[in-house]
Design a protein around this ligand. Structure first.
Ligand code: FAD
Ligand code: 2HG
Ligand code: ZN
Length: 480
């Protein structure tokens, strides 16, 4: 038993979360403290899995009374180690997976009320069965939970049309760090009655309270969809191509993703059933999609005209318009594999950056030159949500280099890349959050006033600092 824990702490927890709600065995704990990509293994006192909001409240009160820290956890797919405690935190993991009830779907109000542990894909499927769309979509959707999506303000592939998670939430139920329950499960599109507290919890990465339920916005389910895989003439041509999509296809445009040649190569080498849709090799590709909530929307016509114009302007050298759902799925399979197939190529130093869309080519070219100078042979792997100005600027290790020696350069490489991002008025975390991994780096770039204001917010919600300590906010005062 770790230091200073009251003897009856674990038995009190056991009484709150009866029936498989408490895990103390080392082997059973391991998956909960292991980051999905195996980069970190944390340490926890135990894993608690409450089944109701009242149980969450009782667990939090017990922890607050005993000054034991709490790390909320959903599907543990986060990429910045926000949902894992480390030895110095002396924390329990409060895992929400058992709170997985869909409480309500209101087809007239176009809302769905769900508990925090509902898996994102289950929510999408339930919306679809009711002829509605819940548009949040990301590679981890079969595992991540809506509570985690809200806590990280997740982005994904449909942000260009529907916004980040923040734009999809109407109400929240939260257990505060003192164990009180705030029922903010409103399903209103208009509510100007004071500070919009839910917005503080969205993106707070478990540092201000435990999200137990949410009211989600639904949309008409798509009746027509068009997906195209296009080879760019040059990286710079992505910009006029996007611009033209926004003016010709308008609001129907849902995704505009960048894929580099190296992404196709890694996917074909390590993925399953990945077929390059275009025979000739090109440096850069765009995977784009548009959808309409009504049939006979003229979308197919619009899309065809759009592609004709793109060829005419020579922004696109080659391209395929999906003829059916299977072909469209095969394009998206490539995109999924671009994410998954970097790992078998050895160490990857990762960045999740945003710059104004107009600066994307400048960013990629400057960053490529800088990192190649730093580590000859490094393999830039920039991909992702270019339509939102968000690039996953990942860097695969040089072939043959020792993996650990490469990963030891992580912070040095981050600094070089992030300096370029900040010069271009960008962000060092576009959608994955800060977690534990980027706390220092964030404090380095943010002004002291911004960090101080965040610390004040944190302190007013959680004066004992028991809610996910050491994440998001630095424990030291920043220099500036
Ligand atoms: P966890 O990893 O369990 O937790 C994440 C953070 O949220 C932690 O700080 C945790 O303490 C907090 N938290 C979790 N649940 C709660 C709760 N109920 N109350 C309060 N705090 C809570 N992210 C994107 O934004 N866009 C992408 O396109 C994307 N693609 C991905 C693809 C893959 C293959 C993988 C592995 C990850 C991807 N991610 C992406 C990252 C990740 O899936 C998201 O951050 C996701 O929202 C995390 O959800 P989760 O349930 O796994 O949360
Ligand atoms: C994606 O868009 C995810 O695929 C994961 O955000 C990005 O692995 C990554 O760096
Ligand atoms: Zn992403």
């Amino acid at each position: 038993m770790p230091n200073n824990l009251p003897n009856d702490f674990i038995s009190n927890l056991e009484q709150i979360v009866t029936d498989k709600g408490l895990i103390v065995e080392k082997n059973e704990i391991r998956p909960y403290i292991t980051e999905r990509r195996g980069r970190f293994v944390g340490e926890t006192l135990c894993v608690v899995k409450p089944a109701t909001t009242k149980e969450v409240s009782a667990v939090v009160k017990l922890c607050s009374d005993n000054k034991v820290a709490i790390v909320p956890q959903g599907g543990n797919t986060g990429l910045v180690s926000g949902g894992i405690p480390f030895a110095e935190d002396r924390a329990i993991i409060l895992n929400l997976s058992r709170m997985n009830t869909i409480r309500d779907l209101d087809p007239i109000n176009n809302t769905m009320t769900v508990e925090a542990g509902c898996i994102l894909q289950t929510i999408q499927d339930h919306a679809s069965k009711n002829d509605r769309l819940f548009p949040l979509s990301l590679g981890a959707e079969g595992t991540c939970e809506i509570g985690g999506n809200i806590a990280t303000n997740a982005g994904g592939i449909n942000v260009i049309r529907y916004g980040n998670t923040r734009a999809l939430i109407l109400g929240l139920e939260v257990v505060t760090p003192t164990g009180e329950i705030w029922d903010g499960l409103r399903s209103l599109r208009k509510d100007n009655t004071g500070y919009d507290l839910k917005q503080l919890f969205i993106g707070s990465e478990g540092t201000l309270g435990v999200i137990t339920a949410a009211v989600l916005k639904l949309f008409p389910s798509p009746k027509e969809q068009q997906t195209a895989f296009l080879a760019l003439n040059s990286l710079e041509d992505a910009l006029p191509l996007l611009n033209m999509a926004q003016s010709m296809i308008g609001d129907a445009l849902t995704s505009f993703e960048l894929i580099p040649r190296i992404g196709i190569e890694f996917s074909q080498k390590h993925g399953h059933r990945v077929i390059d849709p275009i025979e000739a090799k090109h440096d850069w590709y765009i995977l784009m999609e548009a959808s309409a909530g009504t049939a006979n929307s003229f979308l197919p016509d619009l899309f065809t005209k759009y592609m004709e114009k793109a060829f005419e302007e020579q922004w696109v050298l080659d391209g395929v318009l999906a003829q059916n759902k299977a072909q469209s799925d095969s394009f998206w399979l490539i995109r999924e594999n671009v994410t998954l197939c970097q790992k078998p190529e050895g160490g990857s130093i990762k960045h999740d950056i945003a710059v104004p869309v107009s600066s994307i080519p400048t960013f990629i070219r400057k960053a490529n030159a800088a990192v190649k100078k730093l580590i000859p042979g490094i393999r830039p792997y920039p991909f992702g949500h270019v339509g939102d100005g968000n690039i996953h600027y990942n860097l695969s290790q040089p072939v043959g280099m020792d993996k650990q020696a490469y990963l030891n350069r992580w912070e040095e490489v981050n600094r070089v890349v992030h300096d370029i991002v900040i010069d271009l008025n960008g962000s060092i975390s576009a959608e994955h959050g800060i977690g534990r991994v980027k706390v220092k780096e964030n404090a380095h770039y943010k002004s002291s006033i911004e960090i101080k204001l965040m610390q004040q917010v944190k302190h007013s919600f959680d004066p004992l600092n028991i809610m996910n300590p050491g994440k998001l906010i630095p424990s030291i005062q920043p220099k500036k």
